[in-house]
Design a protein around this ligand. Structure first.
Ligand code: NDP
Length: 304
């Protein structure tokens, strides 16, 4: 049953979605936002944002909370339910959740992305018992212990540096022989004597008892194996888009990231995409905000 027709539905209450909704509501549109989990998206676990659009040294929670409050003040309706499908057989667009269908004249997909898993033995078994993907939240649990971090991108290096505040030793395993991460992260890792980098190294299995005790690793250059004693294991090996609920008519790249044109519109007219779910997104918070504003401005222009 169709309940209401909104001018704009924004799928996702991460920084991108909240910013897009804010921009559209300030211009007088009737807006609803949908969120499957907790608002805030990927930045919610970041204690100090690098390029925050609000106050210096703001946390992810500070930024997302201020946007949520601003949107509530503007009358944006926030619906805490996962979107299961987006149907586009005729206008308006239909956004479906488990219990209802919500109609919208335009949709912005800002459903973000989630951290990928390695899929090695022990990873699921020791989840919350040493296996974590939140250095800021769980770092203090490993005070003066040794931990393993996997990955060579910005996330792995940034989180290894967070963990180095707490831990005696951070073993940073990278499958390659050079980092993909930006230079300033690489420089800080090299300068930090608590972080030890193992190049050409992959994690094969996480072992333990009550909690994680060690990780079995293989050097891909010479085939040798070793075990690293550690209490915590953090994999930061990239992102997978939350795009599975979208219809076939919204084109995606082979990894599932949504393809858009220069105005961030998807292959389905009236549906835009912005932020981490979009192919070509840089990963920078400032670009998430910029993309959100572009998508909202384009939707506004279309609706007027
Ligand atoms: P990336 O995709 O940039 O990096 C993933 C890393 O994991 C790569 O080094 C990759 O290795 C490695 N990897 C991938 N799969 C495996 C696997 N199966 N086994 C072992 N290693 C693997 O992801 P990030 O999460 O680091 O970053 C995503 C985006 O977010 C980027 O655009 C980044 O710039 C951005 N970001 C920005 C931040 C900031 O501005 N402060 C902080 C964090 C992220 P290889 O290099 O060999 O492919």
């Amino acid at each position: 049953m169709t309940q209401t027709t909104y001018d704009l539905i924004v799928i996702g209450e991460g920084v991108t979605g909240l910013t897009a909704a804010n921009r559209a509501a300030r211009d007088g549109l009737a807006v609803a936002t949908f969120e499957a989990e907790l608002f805030g998206g990927l930045v919610i676990n970041v204690n100090e944002l690098e390029d925050s659009p609000v106050a210096e040294h703001a946390s992810g929670v500070d930024l997302a909370s201020s946007l949520v409050q601003a949107n509530a003040d503007l009358g944006v309706r926030s619906i805490n339910e996962p979107v299961t499908a987006l149907a586009a057989d005729g206008a308006p667009l239909q956004v479906q959740t488990a219990g209802a269908t919500h109609a919208a004249r335009a949709v912005i997909v800002a459903s973000g992305a989630r951290l990928k898993r390695l899929g090695i033995p022990g990873e699921a078994e020791f989840e919350h018992r040493g296996v974590s993907q939140c250095a800021d939240c769980d770092g203090p649990l490993y005070k003066d212990e040794e931990v393993v971090v996997v990955g060579g991108g910005d996330s792995a290096l940034q989180e290894a540096l967070v963990l180095a505040h707490f831990c005696r030793k951070v073993h940073l395993l990278h499958r390659g022989d050079r980092f993909r991460a930006r230079q300033h992260f690489a420089d800080r890792v090299r300068a930090n004597d608590r972080v030890s980098v193992l190049w050409n190294t992959v994690a094969e299995e996480i072992l333990g008892g009550e909690g994680v005790q060690k990780v079995r690793v293989r050097n891909t250059a010479d085939g040798s194996r070793a075990e690293i004693r550690c209490a915590g294991f953090f994999a930061y090996i990239g992102l997978a888009p939350n795009s599975g609920f979208l219809p076939q008519s919204i084109a995606r790249d082979p990894q599932g990231f949504v393809l858009t044109d220069g105005s961030l519109e998807t292959a389905l007219k009236g549906v835009w995409a912005a932020g981490a779910v979009r192919a070509g997104y840089s990963g920078l918070l400032s670009d998430a905000v910029r993309e959100a504003e572009t998508a909202a401005a384009e939707a506004l222009a279309r609706l007027k």
